[in-house]
Design a protein around this ligand. Structure first.
Ligand code: BTN
Length: 270
C-alpha cells in the first residue's frame, strides 16, 4: 500500500474521548490517517471499561484512525505499532526509553507512563475492500503522572523538565508511518511482531494473568506471531488473547533492545 501520512491532525480543547470521536468519524467514512488530539477529555476511555483522566493541558491525548486489511487475529498488531511508535517518540523527544508491558502499557521502572487503547468497528465504511476501521488511542503522561497512588509516572517527573506535547505527537506520528506500511505485508507484520517481542518487558517475568472469569500465574515465555502472550504454567503453555497482566518478578531475559536495567525485578502496580 502507499504510505499513510497522518497529516490531518484535528485539534480540540475538549472532547469526551478522542477514540469515540474518531470511531464516529470512521462510521461517516473519513479516510485512514486522520488524527484527533484533545487538551482535555471529559469521558476518556481506558481498557476494560475503565476511565482515563488527566487535567486539561497536562498530557498527550491522541487517537489515530487506521484501516488495515488484516485478519482479525492480527489486529493486536495495531496496538503494538502505536505502542512502539510512542516508545520511540519518548526516547527521541525526552530521552526516556520505556519498556512495553503486554498488552498495552508503556512502563518506566514498573511505573505507567502511557497506555494504548485500540477499538475496532468492522462495519465502518470507507476503507479498501477487506479493511477494518481501527481507532488506536494513546494517553502519555507528559506533565501529570496520573492519580495519586495509581503507580504512574510522567515525562516531567522522569526528566525534570517540561516536554512539548506537540513535538511528542509529531515524533509519534513519524514513527508510526513506517510501521503502518509494514502492517500491509506479511513480512512487515512479522517484523512488527519481532520488534514487539524484543521490546516487551513482560517476557521473562513471573506474571499473574487476570481474566474475566478468573486468574492464573505463570512465567511470560513469548509473544506468538500475532501478538498473543504465551505463559508457561505448571499445566503447560497457555496463550492469552486478552486480559490484565501483573508483573510479579523477573525470571529470565527480558527485552533485548529497549530494556531498562534493573527495572523489572520487583512487584509493581498494574
Ligand atoms: C489504558 O491504559 O487503559 C489505555 C488508555 C488509553 C487512553 C487514551 S487517551 C486518548 C484516547 N482517547 C480515549 O478515550 N482513550 C485513549
Amino acid at each position: 500500500m502507499s504510505g499513510v501520512g497522518f497529516d490531518e491532525v484535528r485539534r480540540f480543547a475538549t472532547l469526551d474521548s478522542t477514540n469515540r470521536y474518531l470511531l464516529d468519524q470512521a462510521r461517516q467514512g473519513v479516510p485512514e490517517g486522520v488524527v484527533a488530539v484533545a487538551d482535555h477529555q471529559s469521558a476518556g476511555r481506558g481498557r476494560l471499561g475503565r476511565t482515563w483522566e488527566s487535567p486539561a493541558g497536562s498530557n498527550l491525548l491522541a487517537s489515530v484512525l487506521l484501516r488495515p486489511v488484516l485478519p482479525p487475529a492480527q489486529l493486536h498488531l495495531c496496538t503494538a505499532a502505536v505502542a512502539l511508535a510512542t516508545a520511540d517518540a519518548c526516547a527521541a523527544v525526552a530521552g526516556v526509553a520505556p519498556t512495553l508491558k503486554w498488552p498495552n502499557d508503556l512502563l518506566v521502572d514498573e511505573r505507567k507512563l502511557a497506555g494504548v487503547l485500540a477499538e475496532v468497528d468492522p462495519g465502518a465504511p470507507g476503507g479498501p475492500a477487506g479493511s477494518v476501521a481501527v481507532v488506536v488511542g494513546v494517553g502519555v503522561n507528559v506533565g501529570w503522572p496520573g492519580p495519586p497512588g495509581a503507580g504512574g509516572t510522567s515525562l516531567l517527573e522522569l526528566t525534570g523538565r517540561p516536554v512539548d506535547r506537540d513535538a511528542l505527537l509529531d515524533a509519534l506520528l513519524g514513527a508510526l508511518a513506517d510501521r503502518r506500511t509494514g502492517l500491509g505485508t506479511e513480512g512487515g507484520r512479522r517484523r512488527l511482531a519481532d520488534e514487539w517481542r524484543d521490546s516487551c518487558g513482560t517476557l521473562g517475568c513471573r506474571v499473574r494473568v487476570e481474566l474475566s472469569d478468573g486468574w492464573f500465574e505463570g512465567t511470560a515465555a513469548d509473544l506468538d506471531e500475532v501478538g498473543h502472550l504465551v505463559v508457561r504454567t505448571t499445566a503447560g503453555l497457555r496463550a492469552v488473547l486478552a486480559g490484565d497482566v501483573i508483573h510479579l518478578r523477573t525470571e529470565g531475559p527480558g527485552p533485548t533492545t529497549r530494556g531498562q536495567p534493573g527495572s523489572r525485578g520487583s512487584p509493581g502496580p498494574n
